[in-house]
Design a protein around this ligand. Structure first.
Ligand code: GUN
Length: 283
């Protein structure tokens, strides 16, 4: 079998076209969605992500700005920046790019973002809302994974292995899949014979950042493979899955780059639009 490619760039393009028309509608009512991204320091990959988010927001008609703070900015200063954005009525979505430098407590900063502006869905209140089935901002990469899976059919009754248990990908993805009536196994670094077990699963979502972890020989015939891994090797972005061998076995597969990545950025825009809408409705 040669798998069908889940082309994240194409899927994201269609999704963003839908968002753009919603932005236009809001603008005709005098509401201009605004995304403000905070970055501390000069990490090349982080700067590039932040610029992509900013550009993508502007491209669909949103307002967007970047607050770029020095590498040696104190925790107090970062918290003061967040507080100022919390109180700025023009700002709908606040995103603080992580990781933050060592002198800044990441949890403190994420907790300081007003929950109604936390478009990453990383604040404890929004995580709690997600797990209790309330209206919230769902983290962007998990939302992107679910959007890709929508293009493969129903998940009801399927067995899914989620590899990696991070707070921002593995755990929320497991929750969202469960909500779609899939049967989910959350695997991690202490799972015994992990790779050997993968042959039992209809769907594999890998989010660990280990290039070549999963090959075609490890997969069930016809499996759906979503590769969330993004590791830079020799200046190239690579996933967790050996694409060439996996595509011969899978029914659907995401490439890296061009799979989950474009959907993550799209969902930042999706959540910013929701923030603007909800802010207006809840006034
Ligand atoms: N760093 C890597 N991915 C992300 C993300 O989705 N959001 C934020 N804020 N920082 C990140």
């Amino acid at each position: 079998m040669t798998a069908e490619l889940l082309n994240g760039r194409e899927i994201a393009k269609d999704y963003r076209a839908g968002l753009q028309s919603e932005v236009e509608k809001l603008k005709s009512q005098g509401i201009v969605p605004n995304l403000t991204v905070v970055i501390v320091g000069n990490d090349g990959a982080s700067l590039s992500y932040v610029r992509s988010k900013n550009k993508a927001a502007e491209k669909i008609g949103m307002e967007s700005s970047i607050v770029h703070l020095d590498e040696d900015t104190s925790e107090e200063e970062v918290l003061a920046t967040v507080e100022k954005l919390n109180n700025d009525d023009k700002v709908n979505g606040i995103l603080v790019q992580v990781p933050l430098p060592d002198q800044v407590d990441e949890n403190k900063v994420l907790e300081a973002i007003a929950p109604h502006k936390d478009v990453d869905g990383f604040s404890p209140i929004n995580i709690g809302r997600l797990y209790t089935g309330q209206r919230t901002f769902v983290p962007c990469t998990p939302l992107g994974v679910m959007e890709l899976l929508k293009h493969t059919g129903s998940l009801e009754g399927k067995t899914v292995a989620v590899v990696g248990r991070s707070h921002i990908v593995g755990q929320p993805v497991a929750k969202l899949l469960t909500d779609q009536n899939a049967t989910v196994t959350l695997m991690h670094s202490r799972t015994q014979n992990m790779v050997e077990q993968l042959k039992n699963f209809d769907v594999v979502v890998s989010a660990v950042g280990k290039p070549g972890l999963i090959t075609g020989a490890d997969l069930k015939e016809g499996a759906i493979v979503i590769d969330v891994g993004n590791t830079v090797v020799d200046e190239k972005l690579v996933g967790d899955v050996d694409f060439e061998s996996a595509k011969e076995v899978a029914s659907y597969i995401t490439p890296v780059p061009g799979g989950v990545g474009p959907l993550t950025i799209t969902m930042v825009l999706n959540n910013t639009l929701l923030a603007a809408k909800w802010h207006n409705e809840d006034k």
